[in-house]
Design a protein around this ligand. Structure first.
Ligand code: ADP
Ligand code: MG
Length: 696
């Protein structure tokens, strides 16, 4: 196992597994035989004929029918790769990596050679690459450099039904590309029947259905609404495990925290039983190290039941064979734009009816199955949307706007969106970019904006990096940005909390969590990037290594952009804090009480997180800038840096002109916030009354 928390608590229940495939079928058949058996194989000739006859084709097929792994190979086998690469886009990084690996195995080649993948900050392709899996974001960035995408002979836009932000933007971009490049083949795939929208979008192109081979799934609803879906899922899983026949279990949870909780509680309950039948617990989420992710596809030993606990990645992106029982929490994590704070936040949200049906369907891939929904039939009917709202309509568009602007799209409202984003969102994204200095008063890209596009980073991070040149601290800021681009490197194992907290505190730079990250990285560098040093100091070596890779790639871009790589030397780190301030001044907060702050622009209350280095100051500073706000029990600022009031006035002049107006602005905001609370309360009473009326 790795050094990640994920498999620490229940390691004793994770049995060694042998074999290469996922099911009895996979165990006994060669990869070539498995390919033969896929539903898409039965219609291969017809399908390839349609693709030969039409430039754009929509392909619909059940999850697991072989769209993702086979279409690229068919195009290759049909000779497409003589003219260029076959590319395949995925909304999820994990899927891009995992599928590329599978296809390289099916073709018997080394990953990164004929078959490779590219995700942000990780390019596993080479001169030899013919089939390239990548995230939709990677292809979108490639279109900046190569508007006609000349290196590709064919593109498969996979998982279109997901309607991810970048896929939606790609739709608009590719519609233009296929008009300019008549030789380019485009295949759009979807796991849901609703493909007419896609077809219409490209002017009525053919839709090809892969006949499914699915089995009956019995669906059960909860009788009463469940308070705690983790607990309910654990109970349901145990009930299945102890009293139902063989077959693997797939549990849908929202994210890392509740997946780990589910695994831990399940393992704990199993531990209290007297010699229970063996259960192999397998978590699956995007931040899980790749070697542990791959385990969900391995077969368990004879007589051992697998229980996969996953995010909605297992809904349509990845197919695991042999699942007979599905347990559906009814929730997922979604990126939702919160206009109040002008930012995206990952929120636990009810799934849609379409999600629910996809989830249940996972139980009927290889035989009849059972799906247990941890919500009532009434909740399903009345509270779940028919389909999820496309990401483009609910997230911050900063990156997209910047990208489209540099693709020469002047009027964003007239761009070909399948479902245009709300005008408010476009406007507020334009405003944010203007505030950062990426757009001019007339809405054109500035020199700074043009440079920002070159970095695969969120606009404020790109700004921070570029601006740091003026302050003579690009070297330091580059490290900070790299560390912010990877998951937290601090390791806090169960049972050793105090010890690990003490180790973390030794890294503290009291005026800044950002500088604390810089400090960790610099110390690691001084130790020649040693793994042992990480273990000794409760730091994830994998996380740091990732940061180092990100660092190397950003450094390349800095050089290409002729931005100087300069260090403050011994001059102290105030300039680094100033650079942070230059990009995050709209996340400026002013003190209200001990550990209590209020956002200076929105009036939003925000709290210093107990893990912040700033507690080491012995006092809390008057002004801070923070990286993000997270909601748990309350609003917490994560990664906080103390800043000077004058810096805010200097670097964010449109907000903080002079101290006086700042104060009155603050008061005005506060008044507005109070009024809003009152309004909301009134609205709530009105709505409640209305609901009562309706129920009566
Ligand atoms: P679709 O895209 O239509 O959902 P896929 O091409 O992803 O279908 O899957 C086809 C088959 O390949 C499935 O049976 C699935 O289990 C198998 N498969 C896909 N990826 C892997 C992997 N990484 N390891 C093992 N089997 C895999
Ligand atoms: Mg697929």
């Amino acid at each position: 196992g790795g050094d990640y928390k994920a498999n620490a608590g229940y390691a004793k229940h994770m049995k060694k597994s042998g074999g290469a495939g996922a099911s009895e079928f996979a165990r006994t058949k060669t990869l070539a035989e498995q390919r033969e058996y896929l539903p898409v194989r039965q219609v291969r000739d017809d399908l390839m004929q349609i693709v030969a006859d039409h430039q754009v084709v929509i392909i619909v097929g059940e999850t697991g029918s072989g769209k993702t792994t086979q279409l690229t190979q068919y195009l290759h086998e049909a000779g497409m790769t003589r003219y260029g690469m076959v590319g395949c886009t995925q909304p999820r990084r994990v899927a891009a990596m995992s599928v590329a690996k599978r296809v390289s195995e099916e073709m018997g080649v080394e990953l990164g050679q004929e078959v490779g993948y590219a995700i942000r900050f990780e390019d596993v392709t080479s001169e030899a690459t013919l089939i390239k899996y990548m995230t939709d974001g990677v292809l979108l960035r490639e279109s900046l450099r190569e508007p006609d995408l000349d290196t590709y002979a064919a593109l498969v836009m996979d998982e279109a039904h997901e309607r991810s932000l970048n896929t939606d933007v790609l739709f608009g971009v590719l519609r233009k590309v296929v008009q300019r490049r008549r030789d380019l083949r485009l295949v759009v795939t979807s796991a849901t029947l609703d493909a007419t929208r896609f077809s219409d979008f490209f002017g009525g192109v053919p839709v090809f259905n892969i006949p499914g081979r699915t089995f009956k799934v019995d669906t059960y609803f909860a009788k009463t609404p469940q308070e705690d879906y983790v607990d309910a899922a654990v109970k349901q899983a145990l009930q299945i495990h102890l009293s139902h026949g063989p077959g693997d279990i797939l549990i849908f949870m929202t994210g890392q925290e509740d997946i780990e909780a589910t695994c831990e509680v399940l393992a704990e309950r199993m531990g209290t039983l007297d010699d229970p039948p063996p259960l192999l617990l397998l978590p699956m989420y995007s931040q899980l190290p790749a070697d542990l992710q791959a385990k969900i596809f391995e077969s368990a030993d004879e007589g051992v039941r697998k229980c996969i606990v996953s995010t909605n990645i297992a809904e349509t992106s990845l197919t695991v064979d042999g699942i007979k029982y599905v347990i559906d929490s009814g929730f997922c994590k979604l990126k939702v734009y919160n206009p109040k704070i002008g930012m995206d936040a990952l929120q636990i949200t009810p799934i849609s009816q379409a999600n629910a049906n996809q989830r249940s369907g996972r139980a009927g891939r290889t035989g009849e199955g059972h799906a247990y929904r941890l919500y009532t039939e009434r909740q399903y009917r009345d509270e779940l949307l028919a389909a999820q709202i496309p990401e483009i309509q609910r997230t911050n568009l900063g990156n997209v706007v910047l990208l489209l602007k540099s693709l020469g799209v002047e009027d964003l409202l007239s761009f070909d969106f399948m479902d245009p984003p709300p005008q408010d969102n476009i406007q507020s994204s334009l405003y944010q970019l203007w505030v950062l200095g990426a757009l001019s008063n007339t809405g054109d890209l500035t020199t700074l904006g043009r440079k920002m596009v070159e970095f695969p980073l969120d606009p404020p991070l790109a700004k921070m990096l570029i601006f740091s040149e003026k302050l003579g601290c690009t070297a330091e800021v580059l490290v900070v940005v790299s560390m912010l681009s990877v998951p937290s490197v601090f390791f806090r194992p169960k049972g050793r909390e105090e010890e690990s907290d003490a180790a973390r505190e030794k890294f503290f730079v009291p005026e800044s969590d950002h500088l604390t990250l810089l400090n960790v990285y610099q110390q690691w560098r001084q130790q020649n990037y040693a793994a042992q040093w990480c273990t000794d100091h409760f730091v994830h070596v994998k996380g740091l290594r990732k940061a180092r890779e990100v660092h190397a790639q950003l450094l390349d871009i800095l050089k290409q952009q002729r931005i100087q790589h300069v260090s403050t030397g011994g001059a102290g780190w105030d300039s680094v804090r100033k650079a942070i301030c230059s990009a995050y001044f709209y996340n400026a907060a002013k003190i209200k009480g001990v550990g209590e702050y209020v956002n200076m622009l929105t009036g939003m209350p925000c709290h210093l997180h107990p893990s912040s280095a700033l507690y080491g100051l012995g006092y809390t500073p008057d002004f801070t800038c923070y990286h993000e706000l997270i909601y748990t029990s309350k609003e917490y600022m994560t990664t906080v840096t103390a800043v000077e009031g004058e810096w805010l006035a200097e670097l964010g002049p449109m907000f903080f002109s002079v101290k006086e107006s700042l104060k009155s602005r603050l008061e005005k905001r506060k008044r507005e916030a109070e009024e809003k609370v009152k309004m909301d309360a009134e609205m709530a009473t009105v709505t409640a009354a209305k609901e009562q009326e309706e129920e009566a």
